[in-house]
Design a protein around this ligand. Structure first.
Ligand code: SAM
Length: 381
C-alpha cells in the first residue's frame, strides 16, 4: 500500500507519549512537532490511528503546502490544487483555519478566501460547486497559516478523538479524555497493578485506565470523517477494526474510583456503562481523607478540586492534607497529581520526582509525580 505523510495533533506536553503510541502502531519516520507528531503510513495505518490512538486529538493528511504573502496568493495557492481529485461537487465541505504570525491575522477571513477559491475552481470546471456545511461536512479541511507558510490538510477524524462519547454526564470540572489517557500512559501503570482515583468526579481516569487495561481501542464504536472520502476502503477498515478488536481482553483489572459525592458515583457508573467498562471499575462513595487504598503498591492519580469552589486558605489546607494522606497511607504508590492551581500544589509539601506543564480545559495545569517511599516528605513542591 502507498505510504504518505500523516500528522496527528495532541495537547501540549503529550507529544512524546503520542509519538510512542504511533511507533507502536507501526508508524515510520516518526517526528515530534509542536502539539503534533508527523509520520509516514498507509491507509491501514490511518484507519488504525483513528481507532486506536489514545493521545491524538485529530489525525490529518497534509495535501499541499505553499507560501502566501497576501490574500490573492492565498486564493490562488488554494485554487491551484486539484480539489476534484479529493471530492466531488455533490459533497459538502467545511474549512477550519488557524492563523499565526504577521501576514494573516484573521483566521475566519482566511477560511472564507479559501472556501471561495475551492468553490470557484469547481464552478469553473463543472458549472456547479460543493456546498458548505459547517455542522456535519463530508470533507473537513484544515488550513494552518504561520507567517506566509500555508499548510492545507484533510481531517480524517471528524469529531475530535478526545470526544470518546461515554461522558454524557459529567461533574463540573472533568479532565480531558486525551489528557487522562496521556497521564496514565506516562505514569507507567501496568494493568496488573492497582490504579486508584480517589477524587474521580465523572470517572475519566478510571474509564481510560479500563480502556487501556483491556486493550480496547478508544474509537472502536465510532464513525470517522475518512469513511466519507471517495477512496474509502470499507473492507480494509473492517479488517483493521477486527484485528484491533481481537486484542480486547476481559482480564480482571484493579481500578478503584472514589468520590466524596454519591451523585458523582452515579455519574461514573453511567459513564462507565456507556463506555462498556463498568465491569472493570470498583466504585464507592468515600472521603479521601478518611480512607485507605484498597491494595498495597500501584498508581494513584488525583485531579483535586481547584480555584473557584474553595477559598484560597481552604485550598492550601486541602492540598496540604492531600500530601499528608499520601505520605501516611499510600506508601509504595506512585502518585500523579494534576491541578490548575499552581500555588495550592506547593502546599502538598512532597518532593516531586517529575513535573510537566500541560493544559486542561483551556487552563494551564501542572502534572506532578510523587514517589511514595518511606521518608519522602520534604519542603517544596
Ligand atoms: C476536579 S474534580 C475531578 C474531575 C475528574 N478528574 C473528572 O474527570 O471528572 C475533583 C473531584 O474531587 C471530589 N472531592 C472533593 N473532595 C473530596 C474528598 N475529600 N474525597 C473524595 N473526593 C473529593 C469532588 O467531588 C470532585 O468530583
Amino acid at each position: 500500500m502507498e505510504k504518505y505523510e500523516i500528522v496527528a495533533t495532541t495537547l501540549m506536553g503529550l507529544e512524546n507519549t503520542l509519538a510512542s503510541e504511533i511507533t507502536a502502531l507501526g508508524g515510520e519516520r516518526v517526528k515530534v512537532l509542536k502539539r503534533a507528531v508527523s509520520y509516514a503510513g498507509d491507509d491501514a495505518l490511518l484507519y488504525r490511528s483513528n481507532l486506536a490512538l489514545r493521545t491524538a486529538l485529530r489525525v490529518m493528511v497534509p495535501l499541499t503546502e505553499f507560501r502566501a504573502g497576501n490574500e490573492e496568493q492565498l486564493y490562488y495557492g488554494i485554487k491551484d490544487f486539484p480539489w476534484e481529485d479529493v471530492f466531488s461537487p455533490e459533497q459538502t465541505f467545511a474549512i477550519d483555519a488557524v492563523t499565526g504570525g504577521a501576514v494573516f491575522r484573521h483566521s475566519q477571513y482566511a477560511a472564507l478566501k479559501s472556501k471561495d477559491a475551492i468553490a470557484d475552481r469547481f464552478r469553473q470546471k463543472y458549472g456547479r460547486r460543493p456546498g458548505v456545511d459547517t455542522k456535519d461536512p463530508d470533507i473537513l479541511l484544515n488550513i494552518r497559516i504561520f507567517d506566509d507558510k500555508v499548510t492545507v490538510s484533510i481531517d480524517s477524524s471528524g469529531v475530535s478523538l478526545d470526544r470518546r462519547g461515554y461522558r454524557k454526564v459529567s461533574n463540573e470540572a472533568p479532565i480531558n479524555e486525551v489528557l487522562a489517557a496521556g497521564i496514565l500512559l506516562m505514569s507507567g501503570w501496568k494493568p496488573s497493578q492497582p490504579l486508584a482515583d480517589p477524587m474521580a468526579g465523572s470517572g475519566t481516569f478510571g474509564i481510560e485506565a479500563a480502556l487501556i487495561g483491556s486493550h480496547t481501542p478508544p474509537g472502536i464504536n465510532r464513525a470517522f470523517a475518512f469513511q466519507r472520502w471517495t477512496e474509502y476502503d470499507a473492507n480494509l477498515f473492517e479488517r483493521v477494526r477486527f484485528e484491533l478488536s481481537k486484542k480486547i481482553s476481559d482480564a480482571e483489572l484493579k481500578i478503584y474510583c472514589r468520590d466524596i459525592l454519591s451523585k458523582n458515583i452515579d455519574i461514573i457508573s453511567q459513564n462507565a456503562e456507556n463506555a462498556g467498562m463498568d465491569e472493570h471499575l470498583s466504585l464507592k462513595k468515600e472521603d479521601f481523607f478518611e480512607s485507605f487504598p484498597k491494595e498495597p503498591g500501584g498508581v494513584v492519580v488525583i485531579n483535586p478540586p481547584y480555584g473557584e469552589r474553595l477559598r484560597m486558605t481552604d485550598l492550601e489546607l486541602f492540598y496540604k492534607r492531600l500530601g499528608d494522606t499520601l505520605k501516611q497511607r499510600y506508601e509504595g504508590y506512585d502518585a500523579w497529581v494534576i491541578s490548575s492551581d499552581l500555588d495550592a500544589l506547593k502546599a502538598v509539601g512532597l518532593k516531586a520526582s517529575f513535573k510537566a506543564d500541560l493544559m486542561n480545559g483551556g487552563l494551564p495545569a501542572r502534572l506532578v509525580k510523587y514517589e511514595m517511599y518511606r521518608g519522602s516528605r520534604e519542603e517544596g513542591e
